[in-house]
Design a protein around this ligand. Structure first.
Ligand code: MRU
Length: 333
């Protein structure tokens, strides 16, 4: 299984996801700033992986401390810079909040470094196991054969450090039961086309790539067993932020009476939000929409709306598959 992030001595190595599927290049990340830049340009991405990347960034920041006093002041600045990297996946913020708590009473950088390394190792272990349990819990929902499943974005090993969330559930369904996994290309960053198809092909799971606009057509022509998607943040009432396009996938699933499942570890819940209206949706650069594969594909001065995520209302979600259990509506977390 491909590794999105690995601890290597006193730094970390990540697989640069911006280069996939053409090139499988691992890059060394030695500083907190390098990790922040990698998160921003999406060399590492996906909610669980972002929680781990944020923890790793904090660990690198501690190692960079050279002063002899005010370690806490220095470190808090670094934590805030990490929090500014991407706003929607709650895993990143939960991870940083956990680190703040863990080192609150510590002035020794050496002691802080060892505690944060423990946090990093524990979080990696947790997310690997959560993917396995989520997969087992989700796979029980699928007993029939000739299953056609729709999924969006990339929710596999690249987005986690394990077998994946939604893709982990798909991987846990006995192979002979699956007819086709339809992967949405996921405009504008093409996580479906570049990353999910790459992972599905490597795993030998029969799959077809479709554009985001083909969903209703596919649903009307094929017997679709379910849509399974990941999550970046789940509010207390079950409203779920995920990759842009997820909401419209859910609306279409409801029209065709197709079960719509969200798969996410417990680290993706934000119980401080009563509903999805409070979720901070990342707006990304307009060039992601006005160009395709490096070539401008829109009018020169066109204005653009480019949210990276949308919020699917809880009412459209059949069940939320987690590492604890499979929650059914009405949700109350
Ligand atoms: O912008 P990305 O690629 O970080 O968005 C990722 C997603 O939306 C995933 O579906 C989500 O993080 C769940 S990943 C297991």
């Amino acid at each position: 299984m491909v590794k999105s992030l690995e601890i290597t001595g006193n730094y970390v190595t990540i697989l640069d996801q911006t280069l996939l599927p053409h090139e499988e290049r691992y890059i060394e990340i030695h500083t907190c700033r390098e990790m922040i830049d990698a998160i921003r340009r999406m060399s590492i991405r996906g909610a669980p992986a972002l929680g781990i990347a944020a923890t790793a960034a904090a660990w690198l920041a501690v190692q960079e401390f050279t002063g002899s006093s005010n370690f806490q002041g220095y470190f808090e600045q670094q934590l805030q810079a990490i929090e500014d990297s991407r706003p929607t996946a709650v895993n990143l913020f939960t991870a940083i909040a956990h680190i703040r708590k863990t080192i609150a009473d510590i002035d020794s950088p050496a002691e802080a470094e060892s505690r944060i390394l423990d946090c990093l190792r524990a979080l990696i272990r947790y997310e690997i196991n959560a993917c396995v349990t989520m997969g087992e819990n989700g796979a029980k929902l699928f007993q029939h054969n000739k299953l056609n499943i729709l999924t969006i974005c990339n929710t596999g090993s690249l987005a986690t450090v394990g077998i994946g969330t939604a893709l982990g559930v798909i991987r846990s369904i006995p192979r002979h039961l699956i007819d086709t996994v339809f992967a949405l290309e996921t405009r504008p960053k093409l996580q479906g086309a570049r990353l999910t198809m790459w992972e599905l092909e490597k795993s030998g799971i029969p799959a077809k790539l479709i554009t985001d606009g083909m969903v209703a057509d596919v649903m009307s022509r094929f017997r679709i067993a379910a849509c399974i998607v990941g999550a970046d943040r789940i509010a207390a009432n079950g409203d779920t932020a995920n990759k842009i396009g997820t909401f419209s996938l859910a609306v279409q699933a409801q029209h065709f009476k197709i079960p719509f499942y969200v798969a996410a570890p417990e680290t993706t819940f934000d119980r401080s939000l009563t509903d999805g209206s409070g979720i901070n949706i990342e707006q990304r650069n307009s060039s992601e929409v006005t160009s395709f594969a490096g070539t401008t594909s829109a009018t020169e001065n066109c204005r653009v709306y480019n949210p990276a995520f949308d919020v699917t209302p809880a009412g459209l979600i059949t069940a939320i598959i987690t590492d604890k259990e499979v929650y059914r509506a009405p949700y109350s977390f």
